[in-house]
Design a protein around this ligand. Structure first.
Ligand code: PSV
Ligand code: MN
Ligand code: MN
Length: 394
């Protein structure tokens, strides 16, 4: 690796931050049940402590995404407790995630429900989430709207567009000056016939009509298989409409597996589109993790994902943009492809290690997690409360 390349990778790593989700430290399951882990976090205090350990080991995860219903069940009244945890652990609250899918009233939808009364309740929850964000000084409210329908003809997709727009406009109107509303999309699940915000075009249009502080959130697991996600990312960057990512990996659907476990080349390609776009369009894009698969140890999985993200970002930073552009212009296909994936094939682990050393970080985050006291301590402390055993069928 040349000195210039090393410099580029170090600069990229210095600027690379990725948010961890509070729910990624907790026991989660599938439709079929939960397999409990002895070290999984149950309380928000435990989730903050785990997030702080990930940040200590990697130096790249200074914020933790919060899910309102799970982490602040008391709403605004819970803010002082969160602030105390921020002060104690040195990691900050990140994006605020309203919960629009769990309450019984949301059986037929939340902010796009045919009932004006239920829509109003859902919007109030979103506005409350905005207020929590304001109180915590956190920038993003991430809107994952699970609304949709399961059978053709049972709902008016057209009228639901109007309800969605109205609800998102109201939420946007509540935002403070530094805040943003991120609109996430997903083609399926929990509903299977139609989803109200099914793709990036719908999310972009809803964000555009809601106002200038609304942007699109791309979750890598929320696409049909084969979709060219990096092209969507490029379009959103071009439109100055990209607000952030939920990174994870999947084989089939929204599997929420650890980043790069199935297709690291795709993550590299996404990072490359980000890195190679003009500074003006990518100034404010939030990198977040949305993973919650339940087989790997939660903390190990999170450290593994952050480390993988750093390594893939370093690889993307290695691409010689000038050279690549010249080869593309001359349509030298094989040379261009090799210049591109040559960066992907490069083993960046030594240079990332050097960077970790120079920054006073752990040079082997996963190894240190295993060797250190933290994981042992929380495993012993939490084992009893995690020993209940999940039901076979949820
Ligand atoms: C459900 O699909 C989901 O995974 C969405 O991606 C949200 O971002 C996440 O849950 C948290 O609500
Ligand atoms: Mn997501
Ligand atoms: Mn998802």
């Amino acid at each position: 690796m040349t000195a210039e390349e090393t410099k580029r990778v170090w600069a990229a790593l210095d600027g690379f931050k990725i948010e961890v989700p509070s729910w990624g430290f907790a026991n989660t399951g599938t439709r079929f049940g939960k397999f409990l882990q002895p070290a999984a976090a149950s309380t928000i205090a435990q989730k903050f402590a785990d997030a702080a350990e990930v940040n200590r080991l990697t130096g790249a995860a200074p914020t933790v995404a919060l899910h309102v219903l799970w982490d602040l069940p008391g709403g605004l009244a819970d803010v002082p407790a969160i602030q105390a945890l921020e002060a104690k652990h040195g990691v900050k609250a990140g994006s605020i995630n309203p919960n629009l899918f769990q309450d019984q009233i949301y059986k037929f939808g939340s902010i796009a429900n045919p009932s004006a009364e239920i829509r109003a309740k859902a919007v109030q929850h979103c506005v409350d989430s905005v207020e929590i964000g304001k109180a915590l000084g956190s920038k993003d409210v991430s809107m994952w709207v699970s609304d949709g329908s399961n059978y053709p003809g049972t709902q008016s997709m057209r009228r639901r567009i109007e309800w969605l727009q109205d609800s998102l406009n109201k939420t946007h109107a509540a935002l403070g000056p530094g805040q943003r509303m991120l609109v996430e999309y997903k083609p399926f699940e929990p509903t299977f016939y139609h989803t109200d915000i099914a793709d990036w075009g719908m999310a972009r249009e809803l964000a555009r009509t809601a106002g200038p502080q609304a942007k699109v959130l791309v979750d890598t697991g929320h696409h049909a298989l084969g979709t060219n996600i990096e092209q969507i990312v490029t379009w959103l960057l071009h439109l100055d409409a990209l607000g952030g990512f939920h990174f994870n990996d999947r084989k089939f659907a929204d599997d929420d597996l650890t980043l790069g476990s199935i297709d690291p080349y795709q993550v590299f390609r996404i990072f490359h589109e980000f890195i190679s776009s003009p500074a003006s369009s990518k100034g404010d894009v939030a990198f977040m993790i949305d993973q919650s698969h339940n087989m790997k140890g939660k903390l190990e999985a999170m450290v593994q994902t952050v480390v993988t993200a750093q390594e893939l970002y370093a690889k993307a930073a290695l691409v010689d943009q000038e050279k690549l552009a010249e080869l593309q212009d001359r349509c030298e296909l094989v040379a261009a492809e090799e210049a591109f994936r040559g960066a992907f094939w490069t083993d960046v682990r030594p240079v990332v290690k050097e960077w970790r050393e120079a920054r006073g970080l752990s040079v082997d985050p996963l190894g240190d997690l295993h060797a250190g006291e933290y994981l042992k301590t929380i495993t012993a402390e939490r084992a009893a409360s995690n020993a209940g055993g999940g039901s076979s069928y949820a």
